[in-house]
Write a protein that binds this ligand. Sequence first.
Ligand code: SF4
Length: 487
Amino acid sequence: MLTKTDFLRFRQCPRQLWLHKNRKDLLPDQVDAGKQLVFDNAFEVEEQAYRLFPDGASAYDGQFGQALKKTESLLRRRLSAVFQPTFSRGQLFCRCDILAFDPKRQVWDIYEVKSSTDVKEEHLYDLAFQDICLREAGLPVGRLHIIHINNQYVRQGEIDPRQLLKTVDRTDEARTLTKEVERGIKSGLEVLKLVGEPEVRILKQCSDPYDCPFIPYCWRRIPDHSVYDMNLAEEKLREMLDEGIMLIQDMPDGLATRVIKRRYAEALKSGKPLIEAEAIRTRLADMRYPLHFLDYETYSAPIPPFDGYRPYQQIPFQYSLDVKRLPDARLEHYEFLAAEPGDPVPALSAALAQVIGPKGSIVSWNAAFEAGRNEEMAVRQPQLRGFLASVNSRMFDPMMIFRDGEYADAGFRGSASLKAVLPVLVPELSYGDLAIQEGGTAAASWPKLVGGTLSPEEKEQLYRDMLAYCGRDTLAMVRIVEILEKI
Ligand code: SF4
């Protein structure tokens, strides 16, 4: 049996479908916190979409047979809408998000709910599969729609699903894919019959359109510093593989379009870090003491949690700030973490204004992100507009030194992220000893922290873990800048 999800997996990569059916043991034991938050948010969006069809009823049932029966009974009753109806015909299985009956045309319209802010190519294949499956099951199908998030929505009070969501008719585009999807269904069913895993060439499919959970398995034999680390266009990558070139060392020069990747290859081939001392000194000359090393953690969701916010707007709920008044001065540490429900921005921005003085640079990794949050906070906190504008005018971004290849080390693997640079330059300062080790988990932790479901002890522990993670980010910047200053 081929489900809609199976088909979409097949489209991404035939091996992914096969592994899902035959090697579940290779899947991660747990969904990570960031992904779980995405699932939870998608579920909430779906709930909002149901509100667009007030007379609808759910046909959902965890048991396949029961779900089919419930669907049949609700369809027979000609309800105006049915949520989560299930269909099966021959070897196809499909569960839709919403079916709405059009009494004029006596057909059922399909509505697929997505948490994205626009329609993506894979959504059309999703619709085309549902269309085929429902027709096979003998249902008269009308129009095919995507319901997605309206990125212009600004929350004011209770969520209004008619404002939050946009419904778009994609019937014509989806139906141009019918033949292709029918062929894909046939091929997908063939893959399911295979005894051994299908051979596929690894190109760009492992993260397009979604990160494949089998990457650790499929990539286990790909050597370090391979052509895959160069972020080549698919055509170029294919060319390298056709010529039997797997290692960056063996690649001809000049293939990478981005400076950071070119410098990565150069550093690797030269066998030593490449440091443009003069360029780095010129950059650092822009820094002024006291140095304020600042990092925000932010939360974003398709349904804005507070008034005045747009879908997916990044809401700062935490900062870590390390202040170094003079090159040899002791480090001063300040931090803020909103631990109670409600918009964290008023308290966070007021606390920040207490600890950042009028002089000195604000050092942030990928400072454009922090600067963007400051601009948004200034709109919400007009009394702090001058302070936040001053902070933005004094931003210094050490990441640029790495992004522009002025400091290139093969160990960075062509990335300028803090998580790539830190282990090479300051190997003794890692994230390995922390309960929270990356930003996605930190963001996903915040709703838990303020959600009221943790015991006081659990909340206290999470609070400390979150402070430790954000604090490590600023300390990492301090240590890296110290190294750069010595060049
Ligand atoms: S990791 Fe890549 S090659 Fe392996 S199954 Fe996933 S998409 Fe296919």
